[in-house]
Design a protein around this ligand. Structure first.
Ligand code: GLC
Length: 704
């Protein structure tokens, strides 16, 4: 298709239509598709909304085909619509929530999950997913931490690359390829007070070093679209923030794809106090290079008037429409507008046995074992009591589970009873009647819809009834295994007396089966915390990679040092922490010089030893600090990690190559700094318990 020719034939109304995205129910009454956010009555005339160039969400192949037929029938130039949806952690075969995927510290699993999601999505003719969400966050009060990859820049970057590569299954014109729309640009995970949609204000030094890297990785991985964030970014709504979109996203970061607003966000720039009214919002959006407005109709309604009044230019519209048409060409929609939408493909591919089996295998590495005094694995135990609100629950998919059906989930009661005698199953915390069992499995945490969009909370403590139950069981000498469910870090302070604690997250379609495999020891847990677990919600925002401050906490003389009077300032469980059923040790075996100039990579070889008879997977993590440094460096910053399988009593060599890329720090003008310094490398199996390597960093003269 010759996009330039097509563009030149289009009327202004047709061009403004391409810049508008509406939900399918506006096209057909029958549509039952869920639209996230309140759908205001847009007062659009039929001949207006039928011009829409893309559709938000779709139920299935039948609905997609009928909506595409309606749009093509009314399109004078037969321009097909793009169909986009929130395929965040699966289409109908649902995988662990993204935060749980990050807990695996194994990005390849995410790549495989997203490839399956892309194939299932293609059966309904979905062309673009609004994912990955790559908003780094240090604040568990923000409900959307479940949708991201945690507090660390490197883990965010690795997961982002894997997520985009997974959706990009095959070639863009192939059926089964899902274009990706990374989001939300920018800094949405830093919403003040963890309150969703709230203000975001940060220095450019922090943005460049902490929040921007994962967006850059999405761009470099070829993500075709970028969704702007609801929040203001340094005083201006991201949706109309020209510095953000033009100077940073396009010029500095090199993004050359389609920029879309979040749901109704262009209209909401009036509520922000930026735009006078919808007409002004449309003007600001066009000047900011916003190409598609989702769920509102200011472009369709006011675009022609703004053009006639000389407030916007035809070039601004043409540049946007060109990109939208080019994306449709990139995906082969002019040749095949339905691209895989078919009931027969739905029947064979969606929730297929192959996909469901994969959901088990790909989820096993997400749960995090926080404590185990030897009570796990349960393979030796036979009589179990199961208690707590999740004991018979099927609501284990996690928020954003698109077409996933909880009703098809197995419960713990079902999966555990296949291998052991469940003496009793109760959804309460009442354990007073329990005796003569080998152990109690106590399920607790927050529900799957207690996190996600617009689900900010300050109450993240575990239900006190759980700790009361643990006390009772311990008095009766009954071992207690606690399964914590959550889409965000929770405060586990009240349950640390339990004999074992597993953070299960929400693992999707095969949640209960996966946890049962781990409880039975069919596989050792290998997850690591992608976000620190707090002692109190008041510690947020918090992360392991904070600065030292000029008065670092000194336990021997804490008077005038950074601290809280009423709580230990460290996390209850640190970033990168997680146990296995085994025990591993690590030793550096490279003979290192005590200085380095960066002219060639620094190679570190470690030996990891499995001192147990379990098959385990351990994550060796490498952190760094540089002192002195301006700007200052975090006390620790993760620069490498590797997950390693270890057979019983096996010793394995693991190699890392440290490059000057790992040492980069940006100032507020994005200049890089490598000043001579003492480089401290720290290694271990979590961010707290590490051993140090001290190196005199003297950058080679050609390293500026
Ligand atoms: C929502 C979310 C965004 C999602 C969009 C479409 O409000 O903020 O992440 O992709 O609307 O559902």
């Amino acid at each position: 298709m010759n996009i330039k020719d097509l563009l030149n034939q289009m009327t202004i109304e047709e061009k403004l239509g391409q810049m508008t995205q509406l939900p399918p129910h506006m096209f057909i009454e029958a549509s039952k598709t869920t639209v996230y956010g309140d759908m205001r009555d847009l007062e659009l005339k039929k001949q207006e909304y039928l011009l829409a160039g893309s559709v938000l969400g779709i139920k299935d192949a039948d609905e997609m085909i009928s909506v595409q037929n309606i749009i093509l029938k009314h399109s004078r130039l037969k321009i097909p619509a793009l169909f986009m949806a929130d395929i965040i952690h699966g289409y109908e075969t649902i995988f662990p929530i993204p935060l749980a995927q990050a807990a695996s510290f194994n990005p390849n699993l995410t790549k495989e999950m997203n490839a399956i999601a892309a194939v299932e999505s293609s059966t309904a003719g979905i062309h673009v997913t609004f994912a990955p969400m790559v908003d780094l966050s240090r604040d568990a009060r923000w409900g959307r931490v479940m949708e991201g990859y945690g507090e660390d820049p490197l883990l965010n970057e690795k997961m982002t690359k894997a997520a985009v590569d997974g959706y990009h299954h095959g070639n863009p014109k192939d059926v089964g390829y899902l274009a990706s729309c990374f989001k939300h640009f920018a800094g949405y995970g830093a919403s003040e007070a963890g309150r969703d949609y709230n203000t975001v204000d940060m220095s450019y030094e922090r943005f460049y070093n902490v929040y921007q890297p994962s967006y850059q990785v999405a761009i470099d991985a070829g993500s075709e679209m970028c969704m702007l964030a609801f929040n203001t970014f340094n005083g201006i709504p991201a949706t109309i923030n020209r510095k953000l979109t033009q100077e940073i996203l396009k010029k500095q970061m090199g993004f050359d794809g389609v920029i879309i607003s979040d749901f109704d966000a262009l209209h909401q720039t009036v509520a922000h106090g930026a735009a006078r009214d919808d007409e002004h919002a449309a003007e600001l959006g066009l000047h900011a290079g916003l190409m598609i407005e989702m769920g509102s109709s200011t472009y369709l309604t006011y675009g022609k008037k703004l053009l006639n009044d000389g407030k916007i230019t035809l070039k601004q519209i043409d540049d946007a429409v060109y990109k939208i048409l080019a994306l449709k060409e990139h995906l082969g929609l002019f040749d095949d507008p339905y691209k895989g939408a078919s009931k027969s493909r739905e029947k064979t591919l969606v929730r297929s046995e192959k996909h469901l089996n994969a959901a088990v295998d790909l989820s096993l590495e997400s749960p995090v074992l926080l404590k185990n005094n030897g009570v796990l694995p349960l393979n030796k135990m036979k009589k179990i009591a199961l208690v707590g609100p999740f004991s018979k629950s099927q609501a284990l998919l996690g928020a954003w589970h698109w077409h996933g059906q909880s009703s098809q989930n197995q419960t713990y009661a079902q999966t555990l009873s296949k291998d052991m005698t469940l003496v009793s199953v109760s959804e309460s915390y009442d354990v007073s009647h329990i005796k003569d069992v080998d152990a109690v499995i106590l399920t607790t945490g927050e529900g799957e819809y207690d996190s996600g969009e617009s689900k900010s909370k300050v109450g993240i403590d575990i239900d006190l009834q759980a700790s009361e139950a643990i006390k009772t069981l311990q008095k009766n000498n009954i071992p207690t295994i606690v399964l914590v469910h959550g889409g965000r870090p929770l405060n586990l302070t009240s349950i640390t007396a339990a004999d074992a604690i597993i953070y299960t997250w929400f693992l999707g379609s095969k949640h209960a089966e996966v946890i049962t495999h781990i409880l039975l020891g069919n596989v050792s847990p290998s997850g690591k915390l992608p976000m620190s677990l707090p002692r109190h919600v008041g510690q947020y925002p918090m992360s392991y990679h904070d600065f030292n401050t000029g008065r670092p906490f000194d336990p021997h003389n804490s008077e005038y040092t950074t601290k809280y009077l009423d709580i230990d300032l460290t996390p209850l469980y640190p970033f990168g922490y997680g146990l296995t059923y085994g025990e591993a040790s690590v030793a550096l075996i490279t003979e290192l010089k005590n200085h380095w100039d960066g002219s060639s990579p620094l190679t570190l070889i470690f030996q990891i030893e499995n001192k147990s008879n379990f098959v385990i997977k351990e994550v060796l993590q490498i952190y760094m600090n540089m002192h002195p440094s301006i700007p200052v460096r975090p006390v620790k910053k993760l620069i490498h990690f590797k997950k390693q399988l270890l057979n019983p009593y096996e010793k394995v060599l693991v190699e890392f190559s440290i490059s000057i890329h790992d040492l980069i720090i940006y100032d507020e003008d994005k200049n890089q700094h490598f000043d001579p310094s003492t480089l401290t490398l720290m290694y271990g199996f979590n961010s707290k318990d590490t051993k140090e390597i001290i190196i005199d960093w003297r950058p080679h003269h050609d390293i500026t």
